[in-house]
Ligand binder design. Structure first.
Ligand SMILES: [Zn+2]
Length: 229
């Protein structure tokens, strides 16, 4: 593969017979120039030279998506706080617990990233089940709106749902968010027990129990994607 060395960055060159002109693409994976098979490399070099500042700027903007480190020493969020993952040698079955402001992983040897991810997901799901069920019951009593069922599950692109049977479901990945942000989702879904839509009446119902709902919605816009494992 041909690479052009820019001023502090690299540009991958892909030549093709079908291509009629030179084009530049920039993504979080880097800069790539696609060019006709016959075009001289120095043409591409001159182009990179001329556009150097612009390419640097675009590469900086295309920052890589947040990648989680499933390793000892990595940090993970729980109820809005970040905790470092520490390994504690332990003869029995591998288990995760929160103690002394640490996520403590008890196991014989430090587990693989896959095993850490599995343990973390299991732990999050347990915490979400406990916390969200209790909290939903708490607000259901205050709002005098009783769901027929409260459960948590995996969603890829939503935080909760409420159906016509009166069942409310929540994304367990919410357990990483601050308590007040989770409360917003709970109050939002409970409000659907009264209004199964997003009408003005619905938002008025939300506002009555969660006046700061606009801030919570903004929080999800900014940080929501970071909750997805
Ligand atoms: Zn809704």
């Amino acid at each position: 593969m041909t690479i052009i060395q820019g001023d502090g960055f690299e540009v991958k060159i892909i030549r093709s017979r079908r291509r009629k002109s030179l084009s530049l693409q920039i993504s979080h994976e880097g800069a790539t120039i696609r060019m006709p098979h016959t075009l001289a490399l120095r043409e591409a070099e001159a182009f990179v030279d001329k556009k150097s500042r612009w390419i640097k700027q675009k590469l900086a903007q295309a920052t890589p998506p947040l990648e989680r480190q499933y390793s000892i020493g990595g940090t993970h969020a729980y109820l809005g706080e970040n905790y470092p993952l520490v390994h504690i040698p332990h003869a029995g079955k591998a288990a995760l617990s929160l103690a002394d402001n640490q996520l403590q992983l008890h196991s014989k040897t430090p587990p693989t990233p896959e095993a850490i991810k599995r343990l973390l997901i299991n732990w999050y799901r347990q915490q979400a089940d406990n916390h969200i069920t209790l909290r939903t019951q708490h607000f259901a009593d205050i709002m005098a709106l009783q769901p027929t069922k409260i459960s948590t599950r995996t969603y890829k692109a939503r935080w909760g749902s409420c159906n016509a049977r009166g069942e409310v479901q929540f994304n367990w990945q919410l357990i990483q968010a601050p308590i007040e942000v989770i409360d917003y989702v709970i109050i939002h879904e409970l409000s659907h027990l009264k209004h199964l839509n997003h009408s003005a009446d619905f938002w008025q119902q939300v506002d009555q129990y969660y006046p700061n709902y606009k801030t919570a919605r903004l929080w999800f816009k900014q940080y929501g994607a970071q909750l997805l494992l």
